[in-house]
Every structure is written in C-alpha cells, then in structure tokens.
Design a protein around this ligand. Sequence first.
Ligand code: IMP
Length: 427
Amino acid sequence: MPAVVLVGAQWGDEGKGKATDLLGDQVDYVVRYQGGNNAGHTVVIGDQKYALHLLPTGVLSPEVVPVIANGVVIDPGVLLEEIEGLRARGISCERLLISASAHLIMPHHKALDKVTERYLGKAKIGTTGRGIGPAYGDKIARMGVRVQDLLDPGILRKKIEVALNEKNQVLTKVYNRRVIDPEKVLEEYLGYAERLKPYIADTSLVLSKALDQGRVVLLEGGQGNLLDIDHGTYPFVTSSSPTAGGACAGAGIPPTRLTRVIAILKAYTTRVGSGPFPTELLDERGDWLRTTGHEYGTTTGRDRRCGWFDAVIARYATRINGVTDFFLTKLDVLSGLERIPVCVAYEIDGVRHDEVPMTQTDFHHAKPIYEEFPGWQEDISEAKSFDDLPPNARAYVRTLEEMSGAPISAIGVGPGRTQTLQLRPLV
Ligand code: IMP
C-alpha cells in the first residue's frame, strides 16, 4: 500500500511536474491535496509542453486516476477550461475525481485577493491574485462553499447569499468596489455544477480502498515547504499546508499510511512574490540564473527571484517533512560556472546559525555564509547515468546530499521526460 508524498523543498517551482510525470508510469493515483490554480506545473512530453495549474500531473498518463482532494480550493471555471484545453489536445480527463468536500473559489474571493493586496501597498504578499487566500479564509471561518453544495441548488443559493451579504458590505464600504450580484453567481455556478457532476466523489474513501488493494498513490503538493502557512516565511506564504503533514489532512489519508516522502530540490534557489530570501542575487548572476534556468512563473509569468543553493533551508525541508529522498532538479543549468557558491549557514547580527532562525525578523536579517565548490564546463543534458556526469558535478551532488540530510535519488539534467538520472527506485 505505498502512499508517496511529493513536496517542494524550497519556495515552489522546483520542477515537481517533471518528477510526478516520471513517477506516472509507476503509480495508480495522483492526488493534489492543497492549493489551487496558484500552482503551475510544466511538463514536457516530446515536443509538447503542458502547463497545468489545477489538474494533477497524472492526468497526462493514460493509466493514472487523477484526484483533486478535499484540501484543494477549486475555481470551477478555470478547472473546466483546463479540462477543455487538454481535450482539444487529445488528452481525456474522464477518469478525474473531485472531492465533494473541496472548497470553491467564488467571485468575491478573487475580487478581495486583488483589492487587499492593493491596500497592503509595500507590505503586499505578491499573491497570484487567484482568490486562494480569501477562499481558505472563508473555509476556516466556516463560510465556504464546497463542491458538494453544487449538488443541492437550494443550499448553494443560501450559501452564496449568506457569503455575499457580508462580502458585498466589505467590497463596497471598505474597498469602494462594486457589489457582486448573488443571482448571477448562482446562475454561473449552477452551470458549472452540471458539467462537474460526473467527476464528484468521496475521494478519501476511494483512496483508502485503493491503498487497501495495494495500489500506488502519489500525493502531489503544490508550492513548497517555505510557502507553508505554518512552517513557511509567514506572512509571505500561501494559505495552505504543502508540507507532508498537510498531505494527510488534505487527502483524508492517515499519516500511518505514508510510505515515502520525496522532496523536490532545485540545484539553486528561486522564489516568486515578496518575503525573505537570504541567497537572492540582485546582480547579473541572478539575471544569468533566471535566463539560463528559464525562471519565469508558469501561472503569472512573473520573473522569479534567483539565488544560490541554500543548504539551511534544504535541511529544514528534511526536518519538517521527514524527507526520505530528494529529487534534485535543473543541475544542467549550473554547467559552465567556474565555481559554485553554496550557502552552508547564516550570519545574523554577528552570530552563526546552522538552522532556519526562530523569528522572521532574524530571517530577514540572515546573511548567507558561502562555501565555494568547483564547477564543470561540460554539457550534461545528455547524461544517462550518474557516472556519466563530470567528477565536479558528481561531487556537487554529493555535497548537497550531505548538507541536506537525505539521499538524492534522482537528478534532472534537462526539461525533457527522458532527461532524468534515477539513482534508486522512488516507489
Ligand atoms: P497565493 O498562493 O496566490 O495566495 O500567493 C501567496 C504566495 O505564494 C506568493 O508569494 C506567491 O507568489 C506564492 N506562490 C503561490 N503559488 C506558488 C507556486 O506555485 N510557486 C511559487 N510560488 C507560489
């Protein structure tokens, strides 16, 4: 009954899509357990590139059952567009299952996400503007609308009216926005209901039975460890729990059933949006990493902030998630450097810190302490095994492994499906 969790070890965008896709042939179910269409996975198959936001990557593998579990927030219009987009390219989503307990992103969530960011001014979080935070806010405040409400028009009407009763006051009186008409929202969402009905299921039960039957379930996290609402760089985080613990609550699978935690770790570091980032490079070296690594957001197209590898946050990912394996991505991007700096610890107000500091204030003041490692000049994108890598690339991998505290079991050397070196089985 293997249940494998895949998490981002840094601030998201580590290349999870590639890992899920690689595992696609070995798994039966691929489950998204948190987040929404703030996530972005790019998967390259042959000469085709697929950008997925809400659908689990497993949708691209014909044998896999893709699942959107209870911990996800769903924008139904976006989901249907994504399903249609894939259908137009010959990919069927008919196996898709959507949890009846997942929450819906409503029009007022999107309106509030944009307007609250504007009011925050310089203190803005840099959200994706997709309504994620307000949707989770309503979930916790017990004012949310769930997928199962689409099945009961009377309840749907009541929930929309109750929510807009309050939110329209906030939109008009606090933020000077227009009111949202509950009738129009009801009509729009009843339209979605018809089209989504065939996919709605008790996904926790489906997954429990699947595990009983020895099926392989892959739980695919969006974002990353440091964007976790509890363990990330709060308040510059997303509003859910991408960490391995969140996978259990977000999919309705007990912790005792998890067998493996694979963390995706980029060979350098990136982040989108605001917040502390100790190894960020604000000079031409950062521009070089961005251009060479194509570091532009899948969801928003924003430039990603770029910096060297940070072993402190990699160790932190191991601790918070109980990482059993790392999947190191984008090693090829570093080819051509004379020397590669790696942050091994922080200096904060003259004191060395080997762990992520306890307070955000300290994290904001953390200065990286670097060690430099010799680079390699060879193109590694055609390597087929670990031994094909130049000695300095192998040494770099071994160094990261030692510093991060868990074995590196796979290495990405290019964006293509075949450009992965597998050092040991992942399932
Ligand atoms: P939200 O999830 O849209 O509320 O955005 C909160 C923070 O998480 C912002 O800094 C976003 O840039 C960041 N974020 C959300 N989703 C992703 C992702 O998939 N990759 C990287 N950053 C993300």
